[in-house]
Write a protein that binds this ligand. Structure first.
Ligand code: GRF
Length: 198
């Protein structure tokens, strides 16, 4: 099977990136990371990518807090294209995705979110789950559209909320589920379509 070329975008510590990179190294995911991009120059994800000798670039986000400036998004598209990226993987990317990137990769941008969407979209979903008294939460991989955490759901993994959970404990449990789910979903997206029975 041809190796799927990934572009990973993240703003944070990069544990999902690491899980994907580890799955590739272990041979359980036939893919290749073409480039890692971050809007945060000091992010863990860029440091982890550089440790692995992967191409890692900071994209200066510009003046907005919740999205890239149009020029920055155009640069992101150019970098992804130049790296031959086929699937854009958001892994802790904290900005909305707008037209230039969406149009360049139609149905080829995915995100992971720490709740069972459509429940608890937005920031710190694990805290929202605790505050709501949910007994179960989890994580969701979905296609990205112009909305926030609203694109078509691809897969979910359930995680129990346990008595005595703190936000930190619950988030750590959800992240373990994320690290298993994300590489698995990418593997499935690259699998040839199932053959119909004759
Ligand atoms: C994850 O919990 C993910 O669901 C959310 O941001 C977090 C990123 O964590 N979108 P990491 O940077 O991959 O460790």
């Amino acid at each position: 099977m041809a190796k799927l070329k990934l572009g990973v975008l993240g703003s944070g510590k990069g544990s999902n990136f690491r899980a994907i990179a580890d799955a590739i190294t272990a041979g359980s995911l036939e893919a290749e990371i073409g480039i890692v991009l971050s809007d945060v120059e000091t992010s863990g994800i860029l440091a982890l990518a550089r440790e692995r000798k992967l191409r890692a670039e900071f994209v200066a986000p510009g003046k907005f807090k919740t999205k890239l400036e149009p020029e920055a998004e155009e640069r992101t598209v150019a970098l992804l294209r130049e790296a031959g990226v086929e699937l854009v993987v958001l892994a802790g990317w904290m900005r909305m995705i707008k037209a230039p990137l969406l149009a360049a990769f139609p149905r080829r941008i995915i995100n992971i979110h720490p709740s069972l969407l459509p429940a608890f979209p937005g920031l710190e979903a694990w805290k929202q789950a605790l505050a709501a008294g949910a007994r179960e939460t989890g994580c969701t991989v979905h296609y990205v559209d112009e909305g926030m955490d609203g694109g078509e759901i691809i897969a979910q993994s359930r995680v129990p909320v346990l008595p005595g959970d703190t936000p930190e404990k619950l988030h750590a449990r959800i992240q373990l589920a994320e690290h298993a789910l994300y590489p698995e979903v990418i593997r499935r997206l690259n699998a040839p379509p199932a053959r119909a029975h004759a």
